[in-house]
Design a protein around this ligand. Structure first.
Ligand code: AMP
Length: 222
């Protein structure tokens, strides 16, 4: 099963993708995480991506699609995956379809997680992540038990460079999913909209229910 999570930054996509992947036993494929790992390791890909990430812009399609293509061929992604932050352009969506088709697979559902701009800015400016284990916190809705310390591994939390307020506004403007991308999945009958403004615990079962519906539909038509 291949599940796609669409939506602007700050709608809780990353948190939800992790939960869903764990629950359904799927690989969690986050292009944002992959770029950050490359930046941290100082690879050529990381250096290339960083200039765009720092400005809150999308990394060019050919770079992103190339990186994702390698990831999709890894053994853990053969049983299925949750795509978090990919695709973000129509070009990427079409490339993903071709990659999956080459393995005799296809995307099952695209979940569009929505939230208002004000809510997104509020959430992202209070987001803290653990550089050691990748756990994500939010100072109002998911605080740590000790300030600045990861509950999961004891690491020292940090704020992403692109979670600073001026970059957040720019990311929002430049990274809202384009209408043509949403329409691409709507036209295939694969789109489900979920209100990401609700709390995490409410959104997860809604996402899982939409995934469940899509698999029963696929079962009924096959
Ligand atoms: P994210 O963690 O998903 O918010 O991604 C962090 C940054 O990585 C984004 O602001 C982009 O610069 C870059 N990025 C992640 N995924 C993509 C993608 N699918 N296409 C282009 N750039 C991406």
């Amino acid at each position: 099963m291949y599940v796609i999570l669409l939506g602007p930054p700050g709608t809780g996509k990353g948190t939800q993708a992790k939960l869903i992947a764990e629950k359904l036993g799927l690989a969690h494929v986050s292009t944002g995480d992959m770029f950050r790992e490359n930046v941290a390791k100082g690879t050529d890909l990381g250096k290339q991506a960083k200039t765009y990430m720092d400005r809150g812009e999308l990394v060019p399609d050919e770079v992103t699609i190339g990186m994702l293509g390698e990831r999709v061929r890894q053994p853990d992604a053969q049983r299925g995956a949750v795509f978090d932050g990919f695709p973000r352009t129509l070009e990427q969506a079409k490339a993903l379809d071709s990659m999956l088709a080459a393995q005799g697979m296809s995307a099952n559902i695209a979940l569009h997680v929505t939230a208002s701009d004000d809510e997104i800015v509020r959430r992202l400016s209070g987001r803290w992540t653990c550089p050691k284990c990748g756990e994500i916190y939010q100072q109002d809705s998911r605080p740590t038990s000790q300030p600045g310390i990861c509950d999961n591994c004891g690491g020292q939390l940090g704020q992403r460079d692109d979670d600073k307020p001026d970059v957040i506004r720019s990311r929002l403007e430049k990274q809202r999913p384009p209408a043509e991308l949403i329409d691409y999945y709507r036209d295939q009958g694969k789109l489900a909209e979920v209100d990401g403004q609700q709390d995490i615990a409410t959104v997860t079962p809604e996402l899982l229910a939409a995934i469940g519906k899509s698999t029963s539909r696929a079962g009924a038509t096959s």
